[in-house]
Design a protein around this ligand. Structure first.
Ligand SMILES: Cc1cc2nc3c(=O)[nH]c(=O)nc-3n(C[C@H](O)[C@H](O)[C@H](O)COP(=O)(O)O)c2cc1C
Length: 209
């Protein structure tokens, strides 16, 4: 599968001050890497924003993964936020290791026919058909990596599919359900955020006491 080298026209850049919102609600993400031309991809349910500006995210990458080897070697990773249409691909890349084919033979993109485009700054593979994307530099924190498998990254570029994320906000509606993000319940079962509501301040009754 060929890889596009420009940001696809239909995507919108996300202001870096809004990048944390892409994962604020806890979607499963796809972590992609490239080392010496060999790409890899895995699913990660455990990620969270830890800082707005500069945008920083924590993601748990197990020691057993090939992805971790590539991250340690390159100091970079990309996050793609998959949607309802991509539940099977998300589950699959989270079940199979790229280590078996490392350096030779087809990578997971090729094995499962996944399209990709290349991030402009760090030249990382981003997964086509997702609804959010971030290219990231790893913040070197050996202790959290070794003790907790937790990698802190700084987002240096972010994009979204404006049909579902625009002006720094997700908009999950009935008419874009196929683009809703995936939330892993375990064992390959995902929930999607098909309903949203606005939280409001409770009236403070303390003044009346
Ligand atoms: C839905 C889903 C979520 C997952 N979340 C994580 C995670 O947060 N952290 C992790 O280390 N592995 C997670 N995994 C497992 C990895 O994706 C899996 O070990 C993968 O095969 C590693 O691929 P690699 O060896 O090519 O890097 C998850 C798997 C699935 C299916």
């Amino acid at each position: 599968m060929s890889e596009l080298v420009a940001v696809p026209m239909h995507l919108a850049p996300v202001d870096l001050s809004h990048a944390s919102r892409l994962v604020n609600h806890g979607p499963t993400v796809l972590v992609s890497t490239v080392q010496a031309g060999h790409r890899n991809l895995m699913a990660a349910a455990w990620s969270m924003p830890v800082e707005f500006t500069p945008p920083r995210i924590a993601v748990v990458i197990d020691k057993s993964t090939f992805t971790r080897e590539q991250i340690r070697a390159t100091g970079t990773l990309a996050l793609s936020v998959p949607c309802r249409l991509q539940a099977d691909l998300t589950f699959t890349v989270g079940q199979v290791s790229g280590r078996d084919h490392a350096g030779e033979g087809p990578d997971k993109f090729e094995r499962y026919g996944l399209g990709a485009w290349t991030s402009p700054l760090l030249h990382l593979p981003l997964v086509e058909g997702c609804v959010g994307w971030m290219e990231c530099r790893v913040i070197e924190e050996a202790h959290t990596q070794d003790a907790y498998d937790t990698f802190f990254v700084e987002v240096v570029g972010a994009w979204s599919d404006p049909r579902v994320f625009a002006q720094g906000r997700w908009s999950f509606r009935d008419d874009n359900r196929d683009l809703h993000t995936l939330h892993h319940l375990g064992a390959g079962v995902f929930a999607i955020p098909s309903d949203t509501l606005q939280g409001r301040l409770l009236p403070d009754q303390g003044a009346l006491l």
